[in-house]
Write a protein that binds this ligand. Structure first.
Ligand code: NIG
Ligand code: FE
Length: 409
């Protein structure tokens, strides 16, 4: 890997040694930037940074790559703590159905949605799924994603869930960035268990979880806690079972309705609660008194035309907020976090500083990567983004639809 020196950086963003693991509430507005800066990286580790005036010059020029970043910003690569990157096929027919007036929930009740993806996944081999997922992974890396969480949940049988998780394991080996795996067998009830929900929950608890643990295939366990999907009680049973095997909860809650899933997930030690398009004052209170981070997914709201999560209310109440893509074929067909950054600012009234915090340190926290990712700090190993020449940092979310990233290294 060797040595890299980036010099004349217009602004070195999120750089410092006393950066907290999460920024919350009013603190989300803090975003340290060193102007006219340099950054030195050796074998992938940040070894020095500061302003150009402080720069001591190069002692050893051998094998060093020098990058002139005049007019450009450098920031820590984004962390995407919530994706469904492994899937068999896109679902644009449902997209057209929504244009004609059907809602996401109506389409799902007609056998579309997650069950549609599950049928298609069963037709693909592990190798095919791996090849397609790797292409998507390379694409999102070029958009600035420097760490990614990937869920199963389109298998819904023992074999197919294992197949998805084995694909994620293979991605971990070749990704070049950290990949975290989440078991989401409780994504939907398969059609054959429609009248026998107990049977499917037993399958998850007695067969899937032990086998997945045996092969060490999952870091986290997720449940889609929602009306027509899994109840709070069902979620609890499944999360408790996963925890026994060391899988930490990280859940889908409050996308369409408020069932009490947030409080229960917090009680069970969830690292993050994701979606939160619907939220109550009690939910906010519960989050305030916890280490669990609210993870918002504005691309999903945008794509399926549901309300955006009330980020303002959460931040103004003092909560930390993370942002993620939710990349999946049903509700978010892009893993481009530049889109998420723009939507967070435009639709959820997050400031550029808050949104960048939500995609860097807070997102790193949401996937247990605080030690290595999320900021430009000595010893950290996360990738860094070099932007194109841009007039200001706010230009990044402002120029929605563009990817103003020149290079990720
Ligand atoms: O996070 N809401 C649950 N899961 C996904 C959508 C899955 C799908 O439609 O394929 C989400 O939006
Ligand atoms: Fe999701």
């Amino acid at each position: 890997m060797g040595k890299v020196l980036i010099k004349n950086i217009k602004g070195l963003v999120q750089a410092g040694e006393n950066i907290p693991n999460v920024r919350k509430g009013a603190g989300m507005q803090d975003l340290p930037i060193i102007e006219n800066a340099f950054l030195a990286i050796e074998d992938g580790i940040i070894v020095e940074y500061g302003s150009m005036e402080e720069w001591g010059g190069i002692v050893d020029w051998r094998g060093i790559e020098i990058i002139d970043a005049e007019g450009k910003y450098v920031l820590p690569a984004f962390c995407d703590s919530h994706t469904h990157l492994v899937f068999a096929k896109s679902r644009e027919e449902e997209f057209v159905d929504r244009i004609h007036g059907l809602s996401y929930e109506e389409i799902a009740l007609r056998g579309g949605g997650i069950l549609n993806s599950a049928r298609r996944l069963n037709e693909k081999t592990e190798d095919e799924l791996f090849r397609d997922a790797l292409k998507r992974l390379e694409l999102v890396k070029s958009y600035g994603t420097g760490a990614i969480e990937i869920k199963s949940g389109y298998g819904l049988t023992v074999e197919a869930e294992l197949k998805m998780l084995r694909v994620i394991k293979r991605l971990k080996e070749v990704a070049g960035i950290p990949v975290k795996a989440t078991f989401l067998g409780a994504h939907a009830f398969p059609a054959e268990y429609k009248e026998n929900k107990r049977g499917y929950i037993n399958l998850i608890i007695n067969e899937m979880i032990p086998q997945i643990a045996k092969e060490n295939l999952a870091d986290y366990i997720d449940v889609f806690c929602e009306r027509n999907y899994f109840s709070v009680e069902e979620m609890e049973e499944i999360l408790v079972a996963g925890k026994k095997y060391g899988m930490k909860p990280k859940v889908h809650v409050n996308q369409f309705s408020i069932l009490g899933g947030i409080q229960k997930a917090i009680e069970l030690g969830a690292l993050s609660v994701d979606h939160l398009e619907e939220i109550s004052d009690e939910d906010i209170e519960a989050l305030k008194n916890s280490d669990c981070i609210a993870t918002l997914l504005p691309s999903c709201s945008h794509f399926i035309s549901i309300p955006f999560a009330d980020a303002r209310k959460m931040i103004d109440a003092g909560l930390p907020v993370a942002l993620a893509s939710d990349f999946n074929p049903g509700t978010t067909p892009t893993g481009n976090l530049n889109v998420v950054l723009s939507l967070a600012c435009i639709k959820m009234k997050m400031t550029p500083e808050e949104a960048i915090n939500a995609l860097t340190i807070n997102a790193a926290y949401a996937m247990d990567l605080s030690e290595t990712h999320g900021s430009i700090s000595l010893g950290k190993s996360g990738k860094v983004i070099i932007t194109k020449e841009i007039p200001s940092l706010a230009y990044l979310p402002y120029a929605f639809g563009d990817v103003n990233i020149e290079r990720v290294l």
